[in-house]
Design a protein around this ligand. Sequence first.
Ligand code: ATP
Ligand code: MG
Length: 301
Amino acid sequence: MSRIIAIANQKGGVGKTTTCVNLAAALSSMRKRVLLVDLDPQGNATMGCGIDKHELERSVLDVLVDGMSIRNARLRSPGNGHDVVGSNADLTAAEVELMDGEAEGRERRLRNALHAESETYDYVLIDCPPSLNILTLNAFVAADSVLVPIQCEYYALEGLSALLDTIEGVQESVNAELEVEGLLRTMHDGRSRLGIEVSEYLFENFGDQVFSTIVPRNVRLAEAPSHGMSIVQYDRASRGALAYLALAGEITRADLQRRRESAGAVTTEGADAAEGTAAVSIAEPRADESTVDIAASGINR
Ligand code: ATP
Ligand code: MG
């Protein structure tokens, strides 16, 4: 079964696309089967995966409007080793069409398409546009969880409660299973007092829903998309790459723990020698991993 993660924050420029592209590449480098769905008419994730959004012959628009299967709509990211359902400005037309009250099951189109491929991928990452519109709603209805990137700066928390309210509304209506995968601190500057304050606030209010991994402000992360590469390809030793690899580790460990719990198989530490690292994380709550992950991402809090 795939784990479907929507990457969303209606606030613009907080690192949604950067997270989607680089987390997809990091998971893929860990031999996970990954599909990235670009649900933003800006098409930045598509470009970031090395696919020219102006040359798309099929895209997420075909899935949402014409019911095209993921199998037929997907492309391969050259170099990143994962599949992509791309997007470009044409998706704005889908937004208008899906807004039409007559469109039957309009908020379930993506869910239906992804469920048909639930055995094909380990992870599906959906890059959402910077608004809480019908496209984002499609993502929330399709998803198991929402990952919320939060830029560690002054207005960072603006809109967060609206986003959490929307998630709650979706839980109460169309997708009771929807979870918060985690809040991810992005573009963090270890020297900035503000970054530290935002971190403290998040931990106080959201506790272990905050990822231990911190994504630093790192120029290599900003450069990589102009080469159509993920940070894992572009500069695997950079602090940005290490952070996204650490995030991929956090997500896969949490996923494994959840699967074991739901299978009723959580027993004792070291229960499964073949899954050594996972056994350790089962014994330790997420908050305790911070030393490991922060060290890996090269950040001093
Ligand atoms: P939008 O809301 O427009 O979709 P977004 O939330 O997807 O934006 P990104 O496009 O990922 O945000 O990032 C905004 C800008 O910040 C981009 O130019 C990106 O390269 C840069 N950026 C993102 N994360 C980092 C980082 N950790 N360090 C340095 N630059 C970053
Ligand atoms: Mg974006």
